[in-house]
Design a protein around this ligand. Structure first.
Ligand code: FHN
Length: 421
């Protein structure tokens, strides 16, 4: 299979055996997860001293070169009184998302969890005084979703030895090895000890991590929670699955476990003036496109400093969830589709079945699918099985299905093809 995304190639070359690792079974079946970028950066929400700061919201400290002492002053202002873990988890659930990956610590270094390693955390440094990760862990347990933690292991613009801040600290004086050993490792240990079973740890921007450093972190995670997965941005091609670049979807199917992290507008962390929301059809088709190539879609929301997930995100996610209520069978638990590379459709496979996702329904209602080996014994519309069997013929390597003239679903009509054993 073609593999046009270098990040995937780099991440997964190593581990053919990983593709059969049963620890990933839940994750492979999930196909759709909620990413949450939430931190102090939600307070300035893209503006500093009255001026807009270009770029993604959670990078405001870096982009505006905000001194640590000034940025720290945001902490006493963080009071997300409208945060409701039950509501967030329920939103993910109703949106058809099977796991939540949330920023425990992003590059700004502020910890959104209670930690003994620094007071610079939401429990000790804010009037809020609660641990949202605890509340989310409890709710995920209750509602049956997997909780996963994003943790920025290299960049930490607050810590004197963390990577990235060269405006407060002299890079030549930094001791990255000590930071990893005495700060990152103990914090990862906290995250994997204090919150129950964790689905995965999502590391990011590996930068100059040495092989030894990446391996030590991987081993730490697997020692503390053997079933906890590690994403593909740990560095040095280590991790349980590969991560594409942000918002990147490979052109073709990939013979590895992989995930696309993606924004729902143009930022990860909340920015008050980013209204460039992706449409529901776009989101549904991206999910389907990714799943047809064997990947997972990790779709981001950026809650406000009050703890509210912006309404345009909520509306879109619920609409995708609504589509999945009818069509989920053709997404969850599927594997790479047998026919690839066609503009008008995508395919996914399950034993004995092929799901044909039609993005552009032909005007005469006749679907002509080339390249399917195996005998098709029947075809139905997934959303309308009551409409009965559709007429199917097969000759010269082409399957022809006669459907209604009008697209059953203008976004994506799913036809189930039954295959002979
Ligand atoms: O720098 C981060 C960015 O802020 C965001 O967290 C994304 C999500 O994939 N990861 C990094 C850039 O790739």
């Amino acid at each position: 299979m073609a593999d046009p995304v270098p990040a995937i190639r780099d991440g997964m070359q190593q581990r053919a055996e990983a593709r059969r690792d049963p620890r990933l079974d839940w994750w492979r079946a999930a196909r759709f997860g909620m990413f949450i970028h939430w931190g102090l950066y939600a307070i300035p929400a893209g503006r500093w001293k009255g001026e807009p700061v270009p770029g993604i919201g959670e990078w405001i400290m870096y982009r505006a070169r905000i001194p640590v002492r000034e940025y720290e002053a945001l902490a006493p202002r963080l009071n997300p009184v409208r945060f409701d873990a039950a509501e967030w988890v329920s939103l993910a659930k109703r949106s058809g998302q099977k796991y939540i990956t949330i920023t425990a610590k992003h590059h700004d270094g502020f910890c959104m969890f209670g930690t003994a390693l620094t007071d610079y955390n939401i429990v000790d440094a804010t009037p809020f005084g609660r641990d949202p990760m605890k509340e989310l862990a409890e709710e995920c347990q209750k509602q049956g979703l997997r909780l996963c933690f994003y943790y920025s292991q290299t960049q930490d613009w607050h810590h004197p030895d963390g990577d990235g801040n060269d405006w407060d600290y002299d890079p030549a004086q930094k001791d990255f090895g000590t930071y990893l050993r005495d700060y990152v490792h103990p914090q990862v240990r906290e995250l994997l000890t204090n919150y129950g079973p964790i689905g995965l740890i999502w590391f990011d921007t590996p930068k100059a991590m040495t092989l030894e450093q990446s391996r030590a972190l991987l081993d730490l995670v697997h020692t503390l929670q053997p079933d906890c997965l590690v994403n593909g941005r740990l560095g040095n091609s280590l991790g349980d699955y590969a991560e594409t670049g942000d918002n990147r979807i490979p052109d073709a199917a990939v013979g590895a476990d992989w995930e696309t992290p993606a924004t729902i507008n143009d930022t990860w962390g909340f920015k008050s003036d980013d209204e460039n929301w992706k449409s529901v059809p776009d989101l549904v088709r991206k999910l389907v496109d990714i799943a047809s190539k064997g990947g997972n879609y990790l779709l981001n929301v950026g809650p406000t400093a009050e703890g509210v997930i912006p309404q345009p995100s909520v509306e879109r996610l619920l609409a995708v969830g609504h589509w999945l209520e009818t069509n989920g069978e053709s997404v969850y638990g599927t594997s790479v589709g047998p026919v690839q590379g066609l503009d008008w459709c995508r395919t996914m496979a399950k034993p004995g079945k092929v799901y044909l996702h039609v993005f552009d329904w032909p005007a005469d209602g006749v679907l002509r699918l080339p390249g399917l080996t195996g005998r098709v014994t029947g075809a139905t519309l997934l959303a309308d099985p009551g409409a009965g069997a559709l007429e199917v013929t097969q000759s010269g390597g082409e399957v022809t299905v006669r459907g209604p003239a009008a697209a059953p679903d203008p976004v994506d009509s799913v036809v189930v093809l039954d295959l002979a054993d």
